[in-house]
Ligand binder design. Structure first.
Ligand code: CO
Length: 464
């Protein structure tokens, strides 16, 4: 049995390289071909795709999912789910989480990949329980992803212990989610060897090519027993995205790890996606910088997206000369905050705090409000001790919660249904509004507005 492949082109691939701007029209012809290529699964939904559909593409994300499901009768579909945050930016009540899980499965998702930025397992529980509750009804699968980072507390032992916990919680498989692309090949070998001995679930690796080591890391993980790896079709691979699917197939063909993908279908899908990619390049929506290897991330241990955000923040302040200083400040802020993994939203929070610390000339003189919430415990449990002097300086004697942040959130679905009832025609619409409020309302208002007569007039033009 060879290694299994999950293709990420239609979710992380375009999220990493072109700000999640593939439209359903771009996606469907590619999905149809990938469906016949023999993948373990296609990651096509969740992450930033939902937000991008409503905010930038004027598309209904639920309808996109229905169309992809129809185009892919043979292959499992996967989504990325941010635990208690669902696909949004705050914690939601447990019944909203459950409803979203159920509707995702009903619309055709099979594998729900659930993660929490802090690896606070309490933030995963309601999404995991909901997936397990409905999975037999919809051919679902509950995957828990562990956010990978490096720090004095994020050791191999830490991940092995966490993996044992998530196995007990009811995961069907475990993914190591290396969003920054900082997992080194030899560490991957040790990590996957240890995981293989410690848990009995299928293991998956998700990494990024940002630092230029992903192909090596994937190979070492496979040699250590990793069952599934995430790759992207060549036009949307490399750089800040995943390693290339076709290249991996060529590299492993005929070996015990042969993924068995049908290259002729990959080639056809690649041709279609290349046309789309070229258009994005031409319009300047694909920055060639995103395709370049950036070994600095291995030195600073920060995701590529965070480095580019940092540069634009500093450029905006006319303070590019402080770049190195800010880079040195990031690990200090991270230590003060108990070593949060640098993944959305923590990466932006830590980065902004580091910029403020340097530009104000005094550490923690000013803070983003998200950092204040984090220090009050409202994101969950930090992986390590928080620096109490820093906490005191920022929040004084304000209450710090130790219970799960969503514990105090009362059921809110019915209230949302009432609030957005005038614009919603189904529960899916209510969920869109719950997550993206004004953006979703604006989208739905336009979607359900009576169509102007002249929009549907057909012209018969006779030439000659
Ligand atoms: Co990713």
């Amino acid at each position: 049995m060879g290694v299994k492949i999950v293709d990420t082109s239609l979710r992380d691939g375009h999220q990493s390289l072109i700000a999640t701007r593939l439209s359903t029209k771009d996606i469907l012809p590619v999905a149809e071909l990938l469906d016949k290529a023999g993948y373990h699964a296609l990651e096509v939904w969740g992450g930033a795709t939902f937000d991008a559909c409503l905010r930038f593409l004027n598309e209904d994300p639920w309808e996109r999912l229905d169309l992809i499901r129809k185009a892919c009768p043979n292959t499992k579909l996967q989504m990325l789910f941010r635990g208690q945050n669902i696909l949004g930016y705050r914690h939601y009540s447990d019944e909203v989480v459950e409803k979203f899980v159920q509707k995702s499965l009903e619309h055709g998702i099979n594998i729900i990949r659930i993660f929490d930025a802090l690896n606070d397992l309490r933030n995963l529980k309601s999404a995991v329980d909901a997936t397990n509750k409905y999975k037999s009804q919809y051919d679902g699968h509950c995957q828990i992803a562990l956010s990978y980072t490096t720090s004095p507390v994020h050791t191999i032992d830490y991940y092995v212990e966490l993996a044992k916990e998530v196995e007990k919680m009811g995961a069907d498989s475990i993914c190591i989610k290396d969003m920054a692309g900082v997992l080194l090949p030899t560490d991957a070998y040790e990590l996957f060897s240890r995981l293989k001995q410690s848990v009995s679930l299928p293991l998956e690796l998700h990494t990024h090519c940002t630092g230029g080591i992903a192909e090596m890391t994937i190979m070492k993980a496979i040699e250590a027993g990793c069952d599934i790896v995430d790759t992207a079709l060549s036009p949307l691979s490399g750089g800040t995205s995943q390693p290339c699917t076709e290249s991996l197939q060529y590299a492993l063909a005929g070996t015990e790890y042969d993924p068995g993908l049908k290259l002729d279908y990959l080639k056809k899908a690649c041709e279609k996606l290349t046309v789309v990619k070229d258009a994005f390049l031409k319009e300047g929506k694909l920055n060639p910088k995103a395709l370049t290897v950036n070994p600095n991330i291995l030195k600073y241990q920060v995701p590529g997206g965070m480095l580019s955000n940092l540069m634009s923040q500093l450029q905006g302040q006319g303070a590019m000369d402080k770049y190195e200083e800010v880079l040195k400040e990031i690990p200090r802020v991270r230590k003060d905050l108990g070593y949060p993994p640098l993944v959305t939203p923590l990466s932006q929070m830590v980065g902004t705090q580091a910029v403020m610390n340097v530009l104000f000339g005094e550490r923690y003189k000013s803070c983003p409000k998200e950092i204040i919430e984090y220090l009050k415990g409202n994101y969950g449990q930090a992986p390590a001790e928080i620096n109490e002097d820093v906490r005191k300086k920022i929040i004084g004697d304000a209450e710090v919660i130790t219970y799960r942040p969503a514990d105090k959130i009362a059921p809110e679905f019915d209230a949302m249904k009432e609030k957005y009832g005038h614009i919603c025609k189904c529960d899916e619409d209510v969920l869109s509004c719950a997550l993206f409020e004004n953006v979703a309302v604006k989208f739905l208002e336009a979607k359900y507005a009576p169509k102007e007569e002249n929009e549907v007039v057909e012209f018969n033009v006779v030439i000659g």
